[in-house]
Design a protein. Sequence first.
Length: 324
Amino acid sequence: MTRGEHAVVTGGAGFVGSHLVDRLLEDGFRVTSIDNYGSGRRENLEHLSDEAGFTELEHDIREPLPEFKNVDQIYHFASRASPADFKSHAIEIAQTNSQGTRNVYDLAIEHYAQLVIASTSEIYGDPEVHPQSEEYSGNVNVRGPRAPYDESKRFAEALAVAYAQRYEFDARILRIFNTYGPRMRNDDGRVIPNFLSQAIQGKDLTVYGDGTQTRSFCYVDDLVEGIRRIGGAESERVANTVFNIGHTHEITINTLAETVLDTVDTSSEIVHIDRPTEDPDYRQPNIDRIQSTLDWEPTVDLHTGLDRTISYFERELGAMTPDS
């Protein structure tokens, strides 16, 4: 197949980034992944080693970006996103989402490239509005333990506004809510990898606090479909627009834990431990904008998505066991 446009994916070896690389190749793009493998993993892209339309570059976007002959689209997904990294890699995260993002925006300007920016529901902080719509400005502690991630993502959005005011700039921002699926790290620190890893290993599921805090969970295939609809839409419909993207089915963490125990063959039980500082009480997207503009909504229910994800975690955890 003759490859057409060139898409660059920063963070292309990451959980979401690698699935997006797959989809772009399926859609006929030539694809370049840029990743420093800080949290992204080479094995996420190993299946593409013989793919003629794919180029893999090891590079830290905090440094000046490589030269390209042409770039048509950029998908900016580089950044550690695991809460487990927020303290240990706080400076790296803040710099990636500030200086690194500026380098990506400059690349877009140089090539007149369309840009899709991965922002996050974390920009809403511990929300006082529920569910959260794109108009909500959030409730974020600028000096809290999540601030290096939350605030640098908010800055990345603000910088996109500044670039759009000064340049001919087509940036589409998506605020990603809780997403899960194959290729997540088992030590990711987010709740579904935590619960699945614990259940598969027969360890008790650790629920923070009383478990009444709520989340909504989107399977990665649904997310990637939404990303591509945003990236493929005509500029006049979506340029410099923000879209929430995620599942609207809201459940408590207790219910999620019970669902995992019902799905995984395990002797694990549920235990409650101290809740982390500034763990949000509620997190659920209002997706009216992307539904009305691009006719997107998630289609994979939680049980189906967990079934698809469990087999991946079983393989991953089995490969880590010396006797396997």
